[in-house]
Design a protein around this ligand. Structure first.
Ligand code: GLN
Ligand code: ZN
Length: 774
């Protein structure tokens, strides 16, 4: 086909939650029954309309397919599952006579209902976004349901736009799916490619009929080496899928987007396919070198979309360098377009909304809207030459220079301390010696504990809101938090837990709390990004060298400890998690930044010890999250991430029991790293997987304390005594009782008190029963 011209500037996707989280609020109101589906649809349409206008205002073309239709009510992978009709059997009852799903049904698949579990949720590549995992079996039926996407293309057209529909591509869709529960051993979703591709062809035909000239198929799975061990089959699937889609008669021009890294060996496969445009992530990846002649020739006939503006971080960055990269791509094709490296889903809407941030810091930042404007500038440069955009490039370079020299960005005292570290700073005495030194804690077999937070009640949240509004003095707020801590300590003593926590009522968030107290961080007012569904987080901005002006948690922990003879755990967030859940400076290696945070935590631990705290937990739920997608990059990551944790904790006295906590992920691939953390006790999410991780740990020779979660805190369900007991018995069979701990999967902050108390009662009763049988 002769493709319509690709726009010179575009983005791979835009935040959909709304500048003031309008979508979140509307979706949650719909769930609560406060608005009906029609009203939710109106809000969503209004947001989409505002987004198109905004993007056009920022310089993307109105009628050249530059604006992506990347809206989703919940998740783009769920949208793809719905668009190809791949709804798990347990939800088929929700489909209408035509096999379509209404909005309520869509949310039911996302969130579950009664005994029907929702689709599983997991991390989207190396980001903090979570997608819903499609379930594909040998009998999953596929049927095209492109109604929503088609309607959006029409809706845009009626408003005078020609936009570009976006859909997760077929190969990535299957690679991200899991085998349905009833699939036979050895079945892989990718086995169903031949059945799925015709459905995509139908969707493409429908989009073409609705007037779409270009479609964007997202294939990020192709950049990840670890997503499938059989790389050959993945590359073969690319060929099969895109040969078929490209040969279809009725279709828009196909743009395959490959964010989050370089395509490597998938580049020749895509180049060979009859698609019209291809994106290259030049922020994470590099400009390809040494291509074979066939690939070079095929690429020359396509539009190459240079992903040079970082979609994953909030820096204004080096625009000159971005321009050079885009120009470098010209050597492969005469048709070059400029884009973001990934969807802008990972960054907040607009830095101009941050009226309380230091204007100097603001001048170094670019949120989604600023990045769109940067794309527009570079697109103009690519079309008209550097001179046309010289003033914009110079302004960006000046901001970069200003940032490099600004106070706080490089603090000599922090740097000197880092430079003076030696190996001894990263190691404690041998584990056995520590075990002996910790005997004074006088713990029973199978000690019981919790992960840190207790329910964040409405009163706690109200108190924090009133403090922020100035309706509550700092002293009055602190008094309320102390009362809450006293309540939580009393409750734990009544329940009979062995190692207590203070409950974390004073924390708005496990990262932001520390970011607000450490130098080198800034926090935003409106900088929300979608984490999953209607859930948003507001990452802090780590812009400078990190140091700790004053103790951060000692007052609360010491107060809690003063109320009990039992040990109360000090509670800190680890360096890797603080980095993973913040926007982090990109002007130095992540490892340097992590070690700075590690040193600040090390000082905090020393202060906690001095205040009489004998057990200290350093949470690292995000340890797995930042694991690089390329296998070759993983050892270096594990080295600095584990190192920063050890730096934070290795100053602790042998008698201080160091705990860590991990959750949210499959940890199988980082078991060795977990062992290298060298924590005395590791609590880890395990209840949903029925303790699978215990097997992994046992076989890996893990020989420190371990607390596999026995209570799935993601659900309001209260586990029965028998259920907890059977999980514990499984664990006791694998792990010597002397090293086994009993705890929930994670913190209790999202739970209510009734289910929390009932669950903890059951846990303690089950523990007593198992202890009696030892
Ligand atoms: N200590 C934290 C809590 O209990 C841990 C949270 C987490 O792992 N996500 O809330
Ligand atoms: Zn957790």
């Amino acid at each position: 086909m002769t493709a319509p011209a690709f726009p010179t500037g575009t983005i791979l996707g835009y935040p959909r939650i709304g500048r003031r989280r309008e979508l979140k609020k509307a979706v949650e109101a719909f769930w609560a029954g406060a608005i009906d589906a029609a009203e939710l649809e109106r809000t969503a349409a209004g947001l989409r309309a505002a987004t198109r206008e905004r993007l056009a205002g920022l310089g993307l073309g109105r009628t050249d397919s530059a604006i992506p239709e990347s809206f989703s009510f919940y998740d783009q992978v769920l949208d793809a599952a719905v668009a190809v009709g791949a709804v798990p059997t347990r939800f088929e009852r929700l489909l209408d006579a035509d096999g379509a799903l209404d909005l309520a049904g869509y949310f039911t698949v996302a969130r579950g209902e009664g005994d029907d579990a929702p689709l599983e949720m997991t991390k989207w590549f190396d980001s903090n976004y979570h997608y819903l995992v499609p379930e594909i079996g040998p009998d999953t039926s596929f049927a095209a349901h492109g109604e929503r996407l088609v309607a959006q293309v029409r809706e845009a057209r009626d408003a005078g736009f020609l936009t570009r529909p976006v859909l997760v591509g077929p190969v990535t869709f299957l690679l991200l799916a899991k085998a349905a529960d009833d699939a036979p051993e050895g079945f892989r979703p990718l086995d169903r490619l031949a059945d799925l591709v015709p459905v995509y062809a139908t969707l493409l035909a429908e989009l073409a009929a609705a007037g779409a000239e270009w479609v964007q198929l997202d294939e990020p799975a192709l950049v990840s080496e670890s997503i499938d061990e059989q790389r050959d089959r993945v590359l073969e699937a690319v060929g099969i899928a895109y040969d078929a889609l490209g040969s279809a008669e009725e279709r828009p021009a196909i743009f395959v987007a490959a964010p989050y890294g370089s395509l490597d060996d998938a580049l020749p496969a895509l180049a060979a396919a009859p698609i019209e445009a291809l994106s290259l992530d030049l922020v994470r990846g590099t400009v390809p070198e040494q291509l074979d002649p066939a690939t070079e020739e095929s690429l020359a006939a396509k539009t190459l979309v240079a992903g040079v503006i970082d979609g994953h971080n909030i820096w204004r960055g080096d625009l000159e360098r971005a321009f050079e990269l885009a120009e470098a791509v010209r050597s492969f094709s005469g048709s070059v377009a400029v884009s973001t490296s990934t969807s802008l889903l990972h960054v907040p809407h607009d830095v101009d909304d941050e009226t309380l941030l230091d204007p100097r810091l603001v001048s170094w930042l670019a949120f989604a809207d600023q990045k769109v404007a940067q794309v527009a500038v570079l697109a103009r440069g690519v079309a008209e030459g550097r001179d046309a955009i010289a003033s914009e490039l110079d302004a960006a370079s000046a901001a970069l220079a200003d940032r490099a020299g600004a106070p706080g960005v490089r603090v000599p005292a922090v740097r000197d301390r880092l430079a003076a570290l030696d190996d001894a700073d990263f190691s404690r005495v041998a584990y056995d010696e520590r075990v002996a030194a910790q005997e004074g804690l006088d713990l029973p077999a199978l000690p019981t504990t919790t992960i840190g937070s207790f329910p964040q009640t409405a009163e706690i949240r109200r108190a924090r809101a009133r403090l922020l509004k100035g309706e509550l003095t700092d002293a009055a707020y602190r008094e309320l938090m102390r009362e809450e801590i006293a309540r939580v300590i009393r409750l734990q003593e009544e329940l009979g837990l062995d190692v207590l926590v203070h409950g974390e009522p004073e924390r708005n968030d496990m990262v932001q709390y520390f970011a607000e107290l450490l130098d080198g961080f800034a926090v935003t007012q409106h900088g929300w990004v979608q984490s999953y569904g209607s859930r948003c987080t507001r990452p802090s901005i780590l812009w400078g060298d990190v140091s700790r002006p004053a103790p951060m948690t000692v007052e609360w922990s010491a107060y809690a400890q003063s109320l009990s003879d039992k040990p109360v755990k000090g509670m800190l967030t680890g360096p890797v998690t603080i980095l993973a859940w913040s926007f982090v400076r990109e002007d130095q290696p992540l490892g340097d930044t992590a070690r700075q945070v590690g040193l600040a935590l090390r000082d905090e631990i020393a202060d906690l010890e001095a205040a009489g705290i004998r057990v200290i937990q350093v949470d690292e739920p995000a340890l797995r999250e930042l694991l690089p997608l390329k296998l070759a990059d993983q050892p270096a990551y594990l080295d600095w991430s584990v190192g920063s944790f050890r730096l934070a904790t290795a100053g602790a006295a042998p008698a201080t029991q160091v705990h860590t906590h991990l959750c949210y992920s499959e940890f199988g691939v980082v078991i060795d790293a977990i062992r290298s953390l060298d924590a005395d006790v590791t609590s880890i999410e395990a209840a949903r997987s029925r303790m699978e991780v215990v097997d992994d740990l046992a076989t890996s020779g893990f020989d420190h304390g371990i607390g596999p979660g026995v209570y799935d805190i993601h659900s309001p369900r209260v586990p029965s005594v028998e259920e907890v007991q059977s999980l514990l018995e499984r664990a006791v069979a694998e792990i010597p009782a002397g090293r086994l701990w009993v705890n929930p999967d994670c913190g209790l902050k999202t739970r209510g008190y009734d289910e929390t108390v009932a669950s903890l009662e059951h846990i303690i009763e089950a523990t007593r029963a198992v202890r009696a049988g030892l």
